[in-house]
Design a protein around this ligand. Structure first.
Ligand SMILES: Cc1ncc(COP(=O)(O)O)c(C=O)c1O
Length: 380
């Protein structure tokens, strides 16, 4: 069993404190106060305002997409993105069981069914091989529409998630989904600033979704963004997330069921100030990742680093322990010493509401579930 005293010592030195070290906290070192004050002074704190427009422009630019839609949180963004690609009640959505619960919840909010497929060991995200194997066994194309032969349901989307900011194998996933005519929505909640072959995550699927929750690399307090290279899809997204109201100088006419999922201007103001610091945050996180990589290498503990041809944003950094016993000892030791660490999520099918959905072997997901631990990753 490892002795983890020097791990906690190292992390305390790295963060220059003997106090409790959280997993991830935001840093407000830019124009946050100034922009928030501007909202209050102008009374534009709510559903419209200049910061919402500015935020949308900045996100489109950062994600390399044509349009971004600011929404109330990432979960709502994924819910709407799935609807936008045509997910309807009773359809199926292919996704990973190794994820934060919001990914699966967003599927259920559309009254659709998740199918949980395995992840790759190297990316920790949805495995194109697993998707392909599943579709070869159960997929059936009828008039260009993919159905699951086992359930009889239509498979209308694939929802990969870029775990902790490490991009999934996008080229391979896109090729499989193309073959089976399945639309991709990227759950890029954790991966703002990450790249795959030089292109930002979130820009590969029909739509991508980011989160700006307080624990993310950049925060709006709470918030999300849907991005797309399809202007019609993005415009429909804006429409649906702003109550589906037909434009009119004074009449209220809503021609379908929309949502009040707008991001308030006051949240966008915070995000705009934070986005101005994104490059600095990315650089600082990379420096922390380099220090960790060097240290954990000397300890014989595997620190997860980006794969070739990708750039990770190092949002939440993690180590891979030898087995569950080591993992538990590591968690116990670090947390008792005031260094916050957390295991990766429990797999979705272990949660009561997700027990009965179709899944594959989950071999890699189960392996990672027993070994991956997140370590303090805040910008210093
Ligand atoms: C993978 C993943 N998907 C979705 C979400 C949902 O984002 P939000 O908290 O903004 O609703 C999060 C984070 O919170 C996440 O980590």
């Amino acid at each position: 069993m490892g002795n983890f005293d020097d791990v906690t010592e190292y992390i305390k030195e790295l963060y220059g404190t003997r106090e409790f070290i959280p997993l991830h906290v935001p840093k407000f070192r830019g124009k946050e106060k100034e922009y928030l004050e501007r909202c209050i002074d102008t009374t534009f704190v709510s559903s419209v305002g200049k910061f919402v427009d500015q935020f949308e422009d900045q996100i489109a630019q950062i994600s390399g997409t044509k349009k971004a839609i600011a929404v109330v949180n990432g979960t709502a963004g994924i819910q709407v993105a799935l609807r936008l690609v045509g997910v309807q009640a009773g359809d199926e959505v292919l996704t990973q069981a190794l994820t934060f619960v919001a990914t699966a919840n967003a599927i259920i909010y559309n009254n659709a069914h998740p199918v949980f497929l395995d992840v790759d060991l190297d990316t920790m995200g949805l495995s194109p091989k697993a998707v392909s194997a599943f579709l070869e066994e159960y997929g059936e194309l009828r008039d260009g529409v993919c159905y699951n032969k086992k359930s009889g349901r239509k498979i209308s989307a694939c929802l990969p998630m870029h775990t902790f900011g490490f991009p999934v194998h996008l080229d391979e996933l896109i090729s499989v989904c193309k073959k089976w005519n399945i639309k991709i929505v990227e759950d890029a909640a954790e991966s703002l600033g990450s790249e795959y072959k030089g292109q930002p995550t979130g820009s590969f699927g029909e739509l991508g979704v980011f989160s700006f929750n307080g624990n993310k690399i950049v925060t709006s307090g709470g918030g999300g963004a849907i991005v797309s290279n399809s202007i019609p899809l993005a415009e429909k997204g804006k429409y649906l997330t702003t109550t589906a109201k037909q434009p009119h100088p004074y009449e209220y006419f809503h021609d379908e069921l929309g949502y009040n999922y707008r991001m308030p201007n006051i949240n966008a103001a915070l995000a705009c100030a934070q986005l101005e610091q994104l490059d600095a945050f990315l650089a600082k996180k990379r420096a922390i990742a380099n220090s960790y990589a060097e240290f954990f290498n000397t300890k014989g503990i595997k620190f997860r680093t980006e794969l070739p041809n990708t750039k990770a944003n190092y949002w939440l950094m993690c180590v891979e322990l030898e087995n569950k016993k080591e993992r538990d000892a590591y968690l116990e030791h670090t947390n008792s010493q005031g260094v916050m660490t957390r295991p990766i999520w429990q797999l979705m099918f272990r949660l009561p509401m997700y027990e009965n959905f179709q899944k594959d072997s989950q071999k890699n997901a189960i392996f990672l579930e027993k070994r991956i631990v997140n370590i303090p990753s805040s910008v210093r």
